[in-house]
Design a protein around this ligand. Sequence first.
Ligand SMILES: NC(=O)c1ccc[n+]([C@@H]2O[C@H](COP(=O)([O-])OP(=O)(O)OC[C@H]3O[C@@H](n4cnc5c(N)ncnc54)[C@H](O)[C@@H]3O)[C@@H](O)[C@H]2O)c1
Ligand SMILES: [Fe+2]
Length: 403
Amino acid sequence: MNWWLKKFLYRLAHLIMGVVIKRIKVPEPELLTGVGSIKKLPAQLKKSNVRRILIVTDKGISGLGLTSGLIGALENMGIFVTVFDSVQANPTIQNIEDGLEIYSRSRCEGIIAFGGGSPIDCAKLIGARVSNPERSSLQMRGGFKIPKKLPPLYAVPTTAGTGSECTLAAVVTDPENREKFSVASSRIVPLSATLDPELMTSLPPHITAHTGMDALTHAVEAYIGKIGTPYTDSQAEKAVKIIFEDLETVFKDGKDLQRRSNMALASYCAGLAFTRALVGYVHAIAHNLGGLYGTPHGKANAIVLPYILEFSREACQLRLARLAVVAGLGDGSEPKNELSFRFIEKIKVMNVDMCIPSKVDELKKEDIPLIAQRALREGNPGYPVPKLMNQRDCENILMRLLP
Ligand SMILES: NC(=O)c1ccc[n+]([C@@H]2O[C@H](COP(=O)([O-])OP(=O)(O)OC[C@H]3O[C@@H](n4cnc5c(N)ncnc54)[C@H](O)[C@@H]3O)[C@@H](O)[C@H]2O)c1
Ligand SMILES: [Fe+2]
């Protein structure tokens, strides 16, 4: 099919997506925030009458003892706790099946997702499989394929981050095809999100940087996309402002509780924005680098973001100029094109300052056609991007990412 006709059809699809998404009621989790807010979580479970709970986390987090205070408090209240801590970064279908088995064996009645996006996404799908055992994770791929309500699900993010604590998405790796896929449903939005900065002070600088840039990418892609609303714009602006003010400081001083708290909120707001306004090609490419090479999600986004912004700049100049002002890079009196360039340049500088490379070391030239093909299958027409890209455009960008 001719590219112009394809473009027309993609834009038509975006128009329909915009109308449909505005009509969907996206639930929002109850928010517990601030130092020590984790202590309020057991009372929530008690309220829902959950007597046996599965904590889904990973070995890094359980090894640091981050879950022990919560486990003690739950047990003191007479709640029986089982821990599943075998979630891998970029969680796999098998992780979900293993968690499901432990949930069933321990006769659990609810789930606490405790960790970064990987444990939270894994927990979402364990919950989805518990209440919809006849559907495999792969059969839930795509939008709105989870017919039955999940058991009570509570999220405790320890990165800031993915925003998964408030989004209707979960991203899973299918190791057989070395591909990541997304599941989207309003049923997987957690009941509550606990943003306790004390759980984030142990994040090493590089993970702080990667996850913070993931949050920035959510906000920016939601903001420059075609289906944003005044609500998603305001959440994205709030996130961008905080990230530009605080991320680099918290990268240098991980113990700064106020800024950790701010970053947790920024990640949450960016989640609220992109769960309605969606993301764009940065994510489409990052997911495929993650699926093929295991590249950490935030790191992949951070590297790819400036390239896609340069590609899209003219089509979203006013929006980028507005973000530059929100980020404190100008007062709005400057020419819009200059502001839009400043915004992109500043992202590059942030990457350099936080030791994030500008190339993808693991990228292989022979994989580029496949990565571009998969990224465009995800992005066209899945993401309402400001400027559409075809196979050649995408391959050209990937060539520039070669080490
Ligand atoms: N569902 C969504 O809406 C959504 C959005 C964006 C990304 N994602 C997915 O989320 C995953 C990435 O999540 P992530 O970036 O949060 O990383 P992650 O969950 O994979 O964690 C990365 C590493 O950080 C460690 N870690 C986490 N918290 C820590 C803490 N407080 N102290 C010390 N170490 C800590 C973990 O042990 C792990 O080794 C990817 O699979 C990505 O595709 C999901
Ligand atoms: Fe992301």
